[in-house]
Design a protein around this ligand. Structure first.
Ligand SMILES: Cc1cc2nc3c(=O)[nH]c(=O)nc-3n(C[C@H](O)[C@H](O)[C@H](O)COP(=O)(O)OP(=O)(O)OC[C@H]3O[C@@H](n4cnc5c(N)ncnc54)[C@H](O)[C@@H]3O)c2cc1C
Ligand code: HEM
Length: 392
């Protein structure tokens, strides 16, 4: 809880800090990566640094946290913290690194705001930082203890062997992997992701997340869309073959299919259907009788990965329907299913829990449609395939 004195100072300076945050975050990362180049090479996603999305997510999360502290001094925005903590544990950050971030973030604040940062202002924001950092550290410690990540981030990575790879579409490849030590695969909840660490041509060991698209018989399955100009996805498509080794962190992620027998709506676009495929797979494998509504949008039939899985899994479930929308369908296709996903043609029953994954504009549109259909905001969960810019 923020002290009353600091709350007053933070509230008074929030507009100034908020207005300058776009200058503070680049300066913070530049300083930190100059002092610790290994963090940019082997820990942070340098694609997200280059395109600025991680900077925006960091700025957004701090602003959201400070605003929430002022509005509700006795509450923590736990949903936001959970997402960050899962990501932190999944890439292997350690508690002592919070001091490094603190040092460079506060130096950047002073660089940008100069004399406006009086000792009183610095102390108040220091309190905000450590409230947030200590909340994250506590959640991350608990997550490490409860998951297969283990207590020490240094032991996070485990080598896996690729036992099969196959093309889903022209630019989506599925990899089936098994622990190289012959041990059991870690448990996962449908919807969770693994971090994959790969050494690139320049020696950098870059990390990316891939949602599990399923897993059975002692193997995990993930599916990668090749991004034009993307470092890791193109590397995996070109160089990761059956028999090769790859380092994986254990499954993590706060967006996962909840237990229960109420109606479930799974809405995805493009490669956003990887977590949905794992969810459907799980529902079918456990003989679920709940009402399941799958909604998917894609460019056309050929770009639609897991098209056959969607049909087969839907057929296995006694109470499931699939609604597929193509922007440019090939051949005969119903006119009302041509174009972007439109829930006005889909009956959304009361009590539905919805899971969304796809590009942000898609998720914003679907969320609006679900809210209009009467689904409470608390029952709409979403996964973002990058830093969460809804925070920003
Ligand atoms: C929780 C989660 C789950 C995910 N699940 C999946 C999944 O199941 N399947 C899947 O395919 N992906 C998934 N992703 C996305 C995946 O992690 C990668 O982000 C994706 O594969 C692209 O990585 P890359 O290294 O190929 O691209 P990067 O090299 O990281 O590039 C990413 C983007 O940044 C742009 N960029 C790079 N450099 C610059 C620059 N200098 N200036 C401007 N822009 C630049 C690129 O053009 C590209 O659009 C998931 C992500 C998250 C966070
Ligand atoms: C209070 C301090 C911190 C805050 C507020 C914070 C905030 C964030 C946020 C918002 C994200 C994006 C989460 C998402 O949407 O996926 C993130 C990711 C990340 N954070 Fe932190 N973080 C903090 C401390 C740290 C520390 C100490 C490190 C280690 C040096 C670190 C390393 C990372 C890395 C490597 C990622 C993933 C980056 C990427 O994929 O682009 N963070 N953090």
């Amino acid at each position: 809880m923020l002290s009353a004195k600091s709350a007053e100072v933070v509230e008074a300076t929030l507009p100034v800090v908020g207005a300058a945050i776009g200058d503070i975050t680049p300066r913070f990362y530049d300083r930190m990566f100059t002092a610790h180049p290994e963090l940019l090479r082997d820990l942070f996603n340098r694609g997200n640094q280059a395109n600025g999305t991680q900077r925006q997510a960091l700025a957004g999360s701090i602003a959201t946290f400070a605003t929430a502290l002022i509005a509700h001094p006795d509450q923590r925005p736990d949903a936001m913290l959970a997402r960050i903590a899962h990501k932190h544990v999944s890439v292997g950050i350690s508690n002592d690194q919070y001091r490094i971030v603190h040092e460079h973030l506060f130096a950047a604040i002073v660089d940008v705001l100069g004399e406006a940062v009086t000792p009183e202002v610095a102390a108040a924001w220091d309190e905000v930082y450590w409230l947030m950092a200590n909340a994250l550290i506590a959640i991350e410690d608990r997550l490490r203890a409860e998951s297969a990540a283990g207590g020490d981030p240094a032991d996070l990575w485990r080598p896996y062997t690729v036992i099969a790879r196959y093309q889903e579409t022209d630019n989506v490849t599925t990899f089936l992997v098994r622990p190289a030590d012959g041990g059991p695969v870690p448990a996962f909840r449908p919807g969770q992701y693994v971090s994959v660490r790969t050494e690139l041509a320049d020696g950098a060991r870059q990390i990316r997340q891939y949602s599990l698209s399923g897993g059975a018989d002692g193997a995990l399955r993930f599916s990668v869309k090749r991004e034009d100009g993307g470092e890791v996805s193109t590397h995996l498509h070109r160089h990761l073959h059956t028999g090769d080794r790859i380092d994986l962190a254990p499954p993590l992620g706060d967006v996962a299919l909840a237990d229960g027998d109420g109606p479930v709506l799974l809405a995805s676009a493009g490669i956003g259907n990887t977590p949905m495929t794992a969810m459907l797979d799980h529902l079918a494998a456990t003989g679920s009788t709940c009402q399941v509504i799958s909604v998917h949008g894609d460019r056309d039939q050929l770009s639609h990965a897991f098209r056959a899985d969607l049909a087969q899994l839907t057929a296995k479930l006694p109470n499931a329907t699939a609604h597929v929308f193509y922007e440019r369908p090939l051949g005969e296709w119903p006119a009302e299913r041509t174009g972007l996903v439109d829930l006005s043609t889909v009956d959304v029953p009361a009590g539905t829990t919805a899971y969304l994954c796809g590009p942000l504009p898609f998720m914003r549109a679907v969320r609006e449609q679900l809210l209009a259909a009467g689904v409470p905001a608390a029952d709409i969960h979403y996964e973002v395939f990058g830093p969460d810019l809804w925070l920003a």
